[in-house]
Ligand binder design. Structure first.
Ligand code: NI
Ligand code: MN
Length: 231
């Protein structure tokens, strides 16, 4: 059983069968969609998809607080190490890593990945997503910020993910139409929508996604910020 809690925007907290907690793309401070009065548990592993502020905003503070391992691309991990974080494990696309908490495979994402560091914009490597390999044998796909791309079909062939976390907000990522095609390419049974509603510019809605996926057999599991789903 995977316990999935949406912390608004692209931020998720996962609780694994082992009891370990995984935090993905930590952005709580300044996140308008962040649930009020939410107390984070001890974090064992942090996964980061790219360098934009709305995905790494709280990474340094929370990694220091929890002394947890951080997985991201090589460039972001190098930057985090330069900020004093010692437990980083930078990888790259196509690779699988057994973090000791969760096995993850780094996937493609069609997006950008700069890091805003004070007055400077730093090269943040390439954006990515992750296949999450659960101990019960099931796989889930965390897309990160991305447009749809046809190679998502390769992830269906390779990993047979049953669930996909997909952005639907449009403008900076795919919207509901592309997410519908993504669900088809991935052959998933369940979609957890993310990266919508945070700002007025993110106009993609769950209602639109549900309408487009009606009669396809794909279930949309939309969460409210702070709400959990057992999967
Ligand atoms: Ni982004
Ligand atoms: Mn984003």
């Amino acid at each position: 059983m995977l316990d999935i809690t949406w912390l608004g925007h692209g931020t998720f907290l996962l609780k694994l069968d082992s009891g370990a907690h995984v935090l993905i793309d930590p952005w709580l401070t300044g996140n308008p969609a962040s649930p009020k009065d939410f107390r984070l548990p001890k974090i064992d592993l942090m996964l980061i998809t790219h360098g934009h502020f709305d995905h790494i905003g709280d990474a340094i503070a929370l990694a220091k607080l929890n002394s947890c391992k951080i997985v991201s691309n090589f460039e972001i991990c190098t930057w985090l190490a330069s900020k004093g974080l010692e437990n980083t494990s930078g990888m790259n696309k196509g690779g699988m890593q057994d973090t000791g908490v969760l096995r993850v495979t780094m996937t493609q994402a069609l997006h950008t990945s700069s890091i805003q560091d004070g007055d400077h914009v730093i090269y943040g490597g390439e954006p990515c997503g992750y296949i999450l390999h659960l101990d019960d044998g099931r796989n889930a796909y965390f897309a990160g910020d991305t447009a749809v791309f046809s190679d998502m079909a390769l992830y269906a062939d390779l990993y047979r993910p049953l669930l996909a976390f997909l952005p639907i907000g449009d403008f900076y990522t795919m919207g509901p139409e592309q997410a519908t095609l993504a669900a088809r390419l991935l052959q998933v049974k369940t979609v957890v929508p993310m990266h919508f509603g945070t700002f007025p510019i993110l106009t993609g809605t769950v209602a639109k996604l549900s309408e487009l996926l009606e009669d396809t057999g794909v279930e949309v599991k939309a969460l409210e910020p702070g709400q959990s789903l057992q999967w």
